[in-house]
Design a protein around this ligand. Structure first.
Ligand code: F6R
Length: 339
């Protein structure tokens, strides 16, 4: 990663500061020349597929990259959040093994399977056991963040690494950061400010729905509400949810949920209409429902802008709930007991 990483201006003991540094972290995640050269060697071996392996906060970036490249990549791109791997991931694949701490059991176990199968491996960590494992390339993440707070750093680096391996132009991360900052200036228009959205969620269970590139954003938002705001939260893929979940929102639990429908500016006509109708159906069953649309002009910009916004919303909701957004005592206790 760029040597500029050391100059990051962020208070890593404060989740508000971490979340606010989103565009800055993204900018600093550009890969340096040495890493690009190592990755280009794998491109010359013509990989037959790409796989991202990681858990929790270390799995989100891979999901975003897979979605961003799905429309153009001829190679399959898999995302694995598990300690075992599908049989098809083997020789010919380039696998990214991501664990911010470098010590996550599921991720380390999956690494061992990959090593046995002999596929190209790129490891990404801030330290820990994973950083010491043999790999074709190792990407070191800036240390001291909670894993979920390092998403922009993981995303920028994974995106450019995958693009290099696939032999396509790499995204200008400075430009993306600009796009997000510009979009954030317009919040309060079609998208209420994070504090207002958090206030609207007060006392209710957030549910996020999104289609295609906005489903990973919905999933990230759910995880941020869980870990930062310490609330139950759910994410549902759209339009799939309209074939099952829609029926479950009955009048009986009216007022229990804060349903956020993520809508792309480039939404197809049918899906756009579907979103509007679903909002009407949910509202008429007494549920609080809002449609949010990003203002960034590109698909990737939409993903990043909404993530930035909903990450900020999650720390605002943590304040409302009177909880510490940084600590995750239950997750830590489980890891400790499994050791
Ligand atoms: C903590 C967090 C968790 C971790 C997960 C895996 O901030 O977001 O979801 O990401 O428990 O740990 P790592 O990322 O260290 O592999």
């Amino acid at each position: 990663m760029s040597p500029m990483s050391s100059k990051l201006e962020v208070n890593k003991n404060d989740m508000h500061s971490i979340v606010k540094s989103f565009p800055q972290l993204l900018r600093h995640s550009s890969l340096d020349v040495r890493l690009r050269e190592q990755l280009a060697e794998m491109r010359d071996d013509r990989p037959t597929g790409i796989c991202f392996i990681g858990m929790g906060g270390s799995s989100i970036a891979g999901g975003y990259v897979a979605t961003s490249l799905a429309d153009t990549s001829r190679q399959p791109i898999a995302v694995v959040r598990d300690e075992s791997l599908p049989e098809y991931i083997g020789q010919g694949y380039v696998s990214f093994v991501v664990s911010y701490s470098g010590n996550t059991q599921e991720t380390l176990d999956a690494y061992e399977i990959l090593a046995e199968r002999g596929c190209h491996t790129v490891t990404m960590a801030s330290g820990g056991l994973l950083s010491k494992k043999k790999a074709d390339c190792f990407i070191r993440l800036p240390p001291g963040f909670p894993p979920r707070g390092a998403l922009p750093a993981m995303f920028g680096a994974l995106l450019q690494a995958t693009q290099t391996i696939l032999g396509v132009p790499t995204t200008d991360l400075n430009h993306m950061a600009e796009e997000i900052n510009l979009a954030a200036d317009s919040w309060g228009g079609n998208l209420s400010k994070p504090a207002a959205l958090a206030e609207w969620m007060r006392g209710r269970i957030p549910v996020f729905m999104g289609s295609r590139h906005l489903y990973p954003v919905a999933y990230r938002a759910k995880c941020q509400m869980n870990e930062n705001a310490k609330t139950e939260a759910f994410a549902s893929p759209f339009p799939e949810a309209t074939h099952n979940e829609l029926e479950g929102f009955t009048e009986k639990r009216a007022g229990s949920f804060a349903i956020v429908l993520l809508k792309s500016r480039a939404e197809g006509a049918t899906n756009a209409k579907r979103l509007d109708i679903v909002a009407e159906i949910l509202s008429s069953a007494g549920h609080d429902c809002t449609i949010v649309t990003a203002s960034a002009p590109t698909q990737m910009g939409e993903m990043l802008e909404l993530t930035y916004h909903l990450d900020l919303t999650s720390v605002e909701l943590a304040d409302i709930n009177g909880v510490d957004p940084l600590s995750v005592p239950k997750i830590s206790a489980l890891k400790k007991r499994l050791k």
